[in-house]
Design a binder for this molecule. Sequence first.
Ligand SMILES: [Zn+2]
Length: 81
Amino acid sequence: MNKCKPISKRVVCDLCGEEYTYRKDTGGILFNSNAVCPECLPEFEKLIDKYDEGKFIRAKATKNETFYDFVLRIRSGIHLN
Ligand SMILES: [Zn+2]
């Protein structure tokens, strides 16, 4: 018998797959439905500029907000600046 699991509190970058659940790195964005971690972001932003896809950035981590907190905030539905 399967039990329902609570909503996962694991945070993983949708680009590189790096786990951020226990990391304190700040920054990151939500691009379409993909969470992009601060480490992927510099390269990713170049692509956004290159293809003029800034409109697909749906949310950004605020200053001093960790990627982990940012992703949980988005999941909770209170987000989109
Ligand atoms: Zn990443």
